[in-house]
Design a protein around this ligand. Structure first.
Ligand SMILES: CC(C)(COP(=O)(O)OP(=O)(O)OC[C@H]1O[C@@H](n2cnc3c(N)ncnc32)[C@H](O)[C@@H]1OP(=O)(O)O)[C@@H](O)C(=O)NCCC(=O)NCCS
Length: 151
């Protein structure tokens, strides 16, 4: 896929959940269920975004505001839309929304072997501040704990 796509980023809506759950189950060995996504729509301290590529849902990412710290999770882009800057664009928007809500420090966990995700997070200013051994299952793998702190 090399053509230019129109990318739109907006809040997650209930009608997106079926597609997002499918992308999750194709991308993660321990995916969130549709119910997990429905539950978070009701929580005002959670912000979730989806990216649409030419009108088709391509991925999502989310943020939970815990005492003015932003916990980022569920960063995912469907395989055929990857490496086109979609996750970068979504996360830029998510961080801007978080900053508008007063968040000054963002954190996330990533598998230490997930080179694409680590490259992406470093491009956005995240720095690894520690390793949580054996954090992930299926397969067992260490997590790198990354932070992006306001200068
Ligand atoms: C991680 C993920 C969300 C990235 O989405 P994406 O839309 O492809 O991301 P982007 O295109 O914005 O950026 C990807 C970057 O990684 C780079 N990259 C791709 N594969 C790479 C690899 N094996 N090693 C290092 N960098 C890599 C790309 O070149 C690109 O960087 P660039 O823009 O500087 O060239 C996507 O790969 C995905 O959904 N993976 C499965 C789920 C997952 O692992 N989520 C993260 C959980 S913490």
């Amino acid at each position: 896929m090399n053509d230019i796509m129109r990318i739109e980023i907006r809040r997650l809506r209930a009608e997106d959940i079926e597609t997002i759950s499918r992308i999750e189950s194709e991308s993660f060995t321990t995916p969130w269920s549709a119910k997990d996504f429905r539950d978070l729509l009701a929580r005002d301290y959670c912000m979730y975004l989806v990216a649409l590529a030419d009108g088709e849902i391509a991925g999502c990412c989310g943020l939970t505001n815990i005492c003015q710290e932003g916990n980022i999770d569920n960063v995912v882009v469907a395989e055929r839309f990857r490496n086109r800057g979609i996750a970068f664009a979504m996360l830029k928007e998510l961080i801007a929304m978080g900053e508008e809500a007063g968040i000054r420090a963002f954190t996330l966990e990533v598998r230490v072997g997930n080179a694409a995700a680590i490259h992406l997070y470093e491009k956005l200013g995240f720095v690894s501040e520690g390793i949580r051994p054996g954090f992930y299952e299926k397969p067992t793998e260490d997590a790198s704990i990354m932070w992006r702190r306001h200068p």
